[in-house]
Design a protein around this ligand. Structure first.
Ligand SMILES: NC(=O)c1ccc[n+]([C@@H]2O[C@H](COP(=O)([O-])OP(=O)(O)OC[C@H]3O[C@@H](n4cnc5c(N)ncnc54)[C@H](O)[C@@H]3O)[C@@H](O)[C@H]2O)c1
Length: 88
């Protein structure tokens, strides 16, 4: 299943990401890094042994969860909605 994980670079998000990937899901992370670092996702990628697509959400006053309404699990739409991949 494709899963959009908001706050995926945070404490709960990183652990959730590892478990979801281990369970066979494809995870796309959205995080504005207000309380985390892209480095956390690099560690997740090491643990998972694969790249994790990650995007920031640039619209002040909106929550990343708004992407669920506007972008869903469609990565192409997410690319248009978000600023781009932060950690590459
Ligand atoms: N080592 C530990 O035991 C440890 C470490 C950290 C936190 N905690 C605990 O975990 C809990 C908090 O964990 P958490 O995962 O809920 O919080 P978190 O702050 O770690 O993660 C939230 C994530 O959401 C992101 N975020 C916030 N607002 C956003 C927005 N508008 N758009 C996109 N991204 C956004 C943040 O950058 C962060 O990466 C607390 O109870 C804390 O005490 C424990």
């Amino acid at each position: 299943m494709n899963i959009l994980l908001t706050g995926g670079a945070g404490f709960i998000g990183t652990h959730t990401c590892v478990e979801l990937v281990a369970a066979g899901h494809d995870v796309i992370v959205v995080d504005n890094y207000v309380n985390s670092q892209p480095e956390a996702l690099r560690r997740v990628e090491e643990l998972c042994g694969r790249k994790i697509p990650a995007y920031t959400f640039p619209y002040a006053g909106h929550h990343a969860a708004d992407l669920c309404e506007h972008g869903g699990g469609d990565e192409c739409r997410l690319r248009r909605l978000c600023r781009g991949q932060k950690k590459e």
